[in-house]
Design a protein around this ligand. Structure first.
Ligand code: ADP
Ligand code: MG
Length: 252
């Protein structure tokens, strides 16, 4: 159980988070470009992501999945509509408040791991702490503890190049979880992994990133991991086309 939920806890969210969804998108639109080169990536997206749930986001390439999760994690500003994360309207926050809110509440895992090749696994995991100004030694010690939770207790000193793809993704997950974010967002986290590693990473994500007050959003093309979802949102051309329970998803 996290401890920092009291009022005045430094911006983890507004007070009414208990009943609020983890993420609420209402009529969200997003356009890229200007003039004759405008691409409309989101066309009025309505989506609630509940605390405690693992939502998968699927759909053809270019339908807006990465744009949607970038808006939901405060990386990108939408044009119209409303996006609340744990009750907070991130778009309205100033730069430093936004950075602080994201650092405390949101973790992001990329398809391509994005590990720094010259740093050890533990140092990579410690990066968010170091960026926030924490001293080196305790940060790396905390990172090693997080690596233990993702099943890599012996590999803290290894360089990324000395790890398998599945292990590198575990390091990236440990890095995203080091601040215990309430929302973890993953963009195709298993697409660079073989089937078995992908299944292991999904089981791990459910175990370490979910909780009654935490939510997990995973963009994927990989129907083999659908059974790990609580709900599957299918996107098409900038909209949520439908939402399914995994048992109703095709191919299962
Ligand atoms: P997906 O992740 O589902 O493949 P994206 O969210 O990446 O889709 O893209 C949605 C649409 O927005 C696509 O038409 C894509 O070409 C366009 N797009 C994405 N990022 C940019 C950008 N930075 N500039 C212009 N167009 C973009
Ligand atoms: Mg994408």
């Amino acid at each position: 159980m996290r401890s920092g939920r009291e009022a005045g806890d430094g911006g983890r969210g507004s007070e009414n988070t208990a009943a609020a969804p983890a993420v609420r998108l209402a009529g969200v639109t997003k356009r890229y470009g200007t003039g004759g080169n405008v691409v409309t990536a989101l066309r009025g997206v309505d989506l609630d992501i509940a605390a405690g749930e693992l939502l998968m986001l699927v759909g053809p390439s270019g339908c807006g999945k990465t744009t949607l999760i970038s808006v939901a994690s405060g990386i990108l500003d939408h044009d119209d509509g409303e996006c609340l994360v744990f009750g907070e309207d991130i778009k309205r926050l100033g730069d430093s408040a936004r950075t602080a809110f994201r650092g405390r509440n949101i973790g992001f895992v990329f398809q391509a791991f994005n590990l720094l090749p010259t740093l050890s696994a533990a140092e990579n995991v410690a990066i968010p702490l170091l960026i926030a100004g924490a001293p080196w030694k305790p940060s790396v010690a905390r990172a090693e503890a997080m690596l233990e939770r993702v099943g890599l207790s012996e590999r803290g000193r290894a360089l990324p190049s000395q790890l398998s793809g599945g292990q590198q993704q575990r390091v990236a997950i440990a890095r995203a979880l080091i601040n215990e974010p309430r929302l973890l967002v993953c963009d195709e986290p298993t697409s660079a992994l073989d089937h078995e590693s992908g299944q292991k990473v999904m089981a791990l994500l459910r175990e370490v990133a979910l909780g009654p007050e935490r939510a997990l959003v995973i963009v994927t093309h990989d129907s083999r991991i659908f059974p790990y979802a609580d709900r599957i949102a299918r996107m098409d051309d900038g909209r949520i086309a439908r939402i399914e329970r995994p048992g109703q998803a095709p191919g299962q």
